[in-house]
Ligand binder design. Structure first.
Ligand SMILES: C[S@@+](CC[C@H](N)C(=O)[O-])C[C@H]1O[C@@H](n2cnc3c(N)ncnc32)[C@H](O)[C@@H]1O
Length: 239
């Protein structure tokens, strides 16, 4: 009997989860905080498998040995037709995996991000699992959104957590995209643009190209479920 659509997405999710566990990424169910984001990624990206897509991830290592990049290895194995790019503030050039390249870039530096994107973009999928600071997430989003292809996905992980260096007046990324669903006022867009040193028209233009915003919960068994709600954000660009 042929597998139903739901069965095949479940099977695809299981294959991604086992690769996350094998390589040691906390996106799966076996390593670190065991966020279980692989289910959400599989459901969004199952149609992309075997396609010649370009995927960029910001934030490369959970510091097992300072060299290995678990999620890049996972993506490379799961997406056999993809070119995989990784950015990190640290140098991961010693990491070698099929169809993967890494670059040392600070995600809070919009000019460096834009220069990288001009050379290597556009991308079908962008994932931010980097500094986890709200400002860093938003600077990267507004710098890289123009290099996301129509119909592409931009993911931001771990919205439940910001490091202690998070400024008290930061606009939380979760709140920003919940706000997008209800419509952001011109004043809110102007404040955001000023905070991150973009032109208001650029910020408004990026937000206008969004076709869907979805949140997924972290499945971590180590934390209170209430705290882990809406931990992964998926933003899709209009096709
Ligand atoms: C949670 S780890 C990434 C885990 C990896 N994506 C995985 O799933 O296995 C976070 C990474 O973000 C990097 N990072 C922190 N601040 C950054 C910044 N400003 N720009 C770029 N990368 C940064 C850290 O060096 C670290 O390698």
């Amino acid at each position: 009997m042929a597998a139903s659509g739901a069965d095949s997405v479940a099977g695809i999710a299981a294959s991604l989860s086992s690769l996350a566990d094998e390589h040691g990424s906390d996106k799966g169910f076996g390593a670190g905080l065991r966020h279980g984001y692989t289910r959400a990624y599989a459901s969004a990206l199952s149609g992309y498998r075997d396609k010649p897509l370009k995927l960029l991830e910001i934030g490369l290592s959970i510091a097992r040995d300072g060299v290995y990049c678990p999620s890049l290895a996972m993506w490379s194995d799961w997406l056999p037709g993809a070119e995989i790019y990784g950015l990190d503030i640290h140098d991961f050039s010693a990491f070698q995996h099929d169809r993967c390249q890494t670059f040392q870039v600070d995600q809070t530096d919009p000019a460096a991000l834009q220069a990288f994107a001009a050379e290597h973009g556009p991308f079908d999928v962008i994932i931010d699992d980097g500094a986890h600071l709200s400002d860093a997430q938003q600077i990267s989003f507004f710098a890289l959104w123009p290099t996301l292809k129509p119909g592409g996905f931009y993911f931001i992980e771990d919205l439940h957590f910001q490091p202690p260096t998070e400024p008290a007046d930061a606009v939380k990324t979760k709140a920003l995209f919940h706000g997008w669903r209800g419509g952001l006022s011109p004043q809110a867009i102007w404040r955001l643009a000023r905070r991150h040193r973009f032109q208001p028209a650029h910020v408004a233009g990026c937000l206008a190209e969004i076709t869907a915003v979805q949140f997924f919960d972290s499945q971590s068994p180590d934390r209170n479920a209430f705290l882990m709600a809406d931990a992964l954000l998926a933003v899709q660009k209009a096709g």
